[in-house]
Design a binder for this molecule. Structure first.
Ligand SMILES: [Zn+2]
Length: 313
């Protein structure tokens, strides 16, 4: 039997990770390299002459004498954790297919639960901001889905109380292989919401395949073709070959979330979806996940705890 090339690819081994990023100096040097690929330039006067202070975390300009922190203005700003801890967290988050919870990070990294929670949510925010402006194009399967709200006594299915509605979309090749996905929390399955979503996340002229839910017709107003598959809904829709990938990915998402997290609070739902999306869309390159995530984290503005806790809904 042919081996699945996603499952059997070589990841970043623990040994290799420790060899490259085992010390604070190595982590600082790598951050400096990714932050200033053309070399350090003083943000105040533009000089490239500097000296390093305080364990490489600060650079002092030789001309204007002002200091620049390695992580100021990035998602790592004002962290009390050493960079080695951030790297270890990013290693655990990126190399485990199902993800890792704040509680597990707290245990593995030996930091407080609150520090682990902040770190985890900051990194999920990086993933969210990275992919939000990359539209899908070509053939796209879409479906409605819900997170949470599975307490006993609740209604089942569309519109159930306490659930967070989100839209799942999968771009496929002409040969029906999945390319990338987009998972977006929306206010509800209404035409206006779908139109806004389509304008933002789909390239016009794409072909959208969905089930019979009426609001999906709104994609045509955004310039897309719409193939509507009328099926029985519920479990029966899983059998529809036209919606095979969106249903498979929703199944994987739900088991990953169930296996890793106790509960996903509605106001943080988009971050959890974005984390799954980010990892899925980069599934062919496990080795590069760590440097790429740090690279974009260095280009994501700071997110103080207060802002982090406002959430997104
Ligand atoms: Zn300067």
């Amino acid at each position: 039997m042919a081996r699945n090339r996603v499952q059997f690819q070589k990841g970043l081994s623990l040994n290799e990770f420790l060899r490259q990023y085992g010390s604070e100096e190595q982590c600082c040097d790598a951050v400096a390299q990714w932050r200033w690929p053309e070399g350090f330039i003083c943000p105040f006067c533009g000089s490239d002459q500097y000296c390093q202070l305080a364990y490489r975390q600060l650079r002092q300009c030789n001309r204007c004498r002002r200091q620049t922190s390695l992580t100021a203005g990035t998602i790592f700003a004002s962290t009390k954790l050493p960079l080695t801890t951030w790297y270890q967290a990013i290693y655990l988050i990126t190399q485990d297919k199902k993800g890792i919870s704040a509680m597990e990070l707290h245990r593995h990294l030996g930091i407080s639960y609150n520090a682990a929670w902040r770190l985890k949510h900051k990194l999920m925010q990086v993933m969210l901001e990275r992919d939000q402006n990359k539209p899908l194009s070509g053939f796209i399967e879409i479906d409605d889905a819900y997170l949470g709200g599975e307490r006993s006594g609740g209604k089942v299915g569309r519109g159930a109380e306490g659930k967070t509605p989100f839209l799942a979309a999968v771009q496929t090749t002409d040969q029906s292989q999945p390319v990338k996905i987009k998972l977006t929390v929306i206010k509800g399955f209404r035409s206006d919401e779908l139109l806004e979503w389509s304008r933002r996340h789909l390239t016009p002229d794409s072909t959208v395949i969905s089930d019979g839910l009426a609001c999906f017709n709104a994609v045509t107003e955004a310039g897309c073709e719409h193939d509507r598959i009328v099926c029985g809904g519920g479990r029966a829709s899983v059998e529809e070959p036209e919606l095979h990938w969106v249903n498979t990915i929703l199944g994987n998402l739900k088991s990953a979330l169930r296996g890793t997290y106790h509960a996903v609070r509605p106001k943080y739902a988009q971050r959890y979806l974005s984390e799954f999306e980010y990892r899925f869309n980069r599934r062919f390159n496990l080795v590069n996940l760590l440097p790429r995530l740090i690279y974009v984290a260095l280009r994501t503005p700071p997110m103080p705890e207060k802002l982090l806790k406002i959430g997104l809904v």
